[in-house]
Ligand binder design. Structure first.
Ligand SMILES: Nc1ncnc2c1ncn2[C@@H]1O[C@H](COP(=O)(O)OP(=O)(O)OP(=O)(O)O)[C@@H](O)[C@H]1O
Length: 229
């Protein structure tokens, strides 16, 4: 059974339709990449999953529960950890305070987050605003882990980071997937990097999911047409 499943999901910003038919499954323990050119609806799909924007139609199920039927505060507690675009840490709070502010009971605590990101432990008393971009991204992932989710949703987690730092982030995500059994839905534009870690790629164009399959099944026709690479 899929942990997360979207069927024929649509959504609007006011009168303007942003999603028309989104079909998507994230299986338990899988890493699914959501890809597509700018403005095709990836971030909107994430907003709809997290109920930051209501779906106009279709079905969204998480762990077999109908998310659209639940009030958003209940849906948030079901176990979806968001790493938002732009990191959005509390800059004046320390690394430790940022992590504790997100904490919910469960496996993940500061020590375990520190095993994945030792640099966060070294800088635990430093303010989040004084961290490098890569460290802030690690903190954003750490904060999502502290909510003890079953599904991690990352929106452009490596955007704007230097290649070596991006590789650190991908390595941490691979370790998490291998060792924790967490599921991932990741929006990213770097096909080569995401192909190395993804179990499945879902491609969006103009508010619809238009292709999905294992990374090896992506043909030059699909990448030319929908990903512009
Ligand atoms: N707050 C908003 N109000 C109105 N329209 C919006 C809003 N946010 C996004 N849109 C529109 O919805 C469509 C989908 O945008 P979305 O941000 O989901 O795309 P995306 O695939 O995540 O793009 P990018 O890769 O550039 O982040 C676009 O046409 C965009 O202009």
């Amino acid at each position: 059974m899929s942990l997360l499943s979207l069927r024929n999901v649509s959504a609007f910003y006011g009168q303007s339709q942003a999603l028309s038919c989104v079909d998507l499954d994230v299986e338990e323990g899988a890493l699914v990449a959501l890809m597509g050119r700018n403005g095709m609806g990836k971030s909107t799909t994430i907003k709809v999953i997290l109920q930051m924007l209501p779906a106009a139609g279709g079905e969204i199920a998480f762990d077999g529960k109908d998310l659209r039927a639940l009030p958003s505060h209940k849906a948030a507690r079901l176990g979806i950890g968001l790493v938002p675009e732009g990191r959005r840490c509390f800059r004046s709070l320390s690394v430790e305070e940022n992590l504790l502010a997100a904490a919910r009971k469960g496996h993940w605590d500061i020590a375990r987050v520190g095993e994945i990101f030792p640099r966060l432990l070294e800088r635990r008393k430093q303010s989040a605003g004084s961290l490098s971009g890569g460290e802030q991204q690690m903190l954003a992932i750490g904060r999502a882990l502290m909510t003890n989710p079953r599904l991690m949703v990352l929106d452009e987690a490596t955007e704007g980071l230097a290649p070596l730092v991006r590789q650190d982030i991908w390595n941490a995500i691979s370790t998490l997937k291998r060792e924790s059994g967490l599921s991932f839905l990741i929006v990213d534009k770097t096909l080569k990097e995401i192909s190395a870690v993804a179990d499945k790629i879902v491609v969006m164009a103009r508010g619809e999911t238009v292709w999905n399959g294992v990374p090896n099944a992506l043909t030059p026709e699909i990448t030319d047409r929908y990903l512009g690479v």
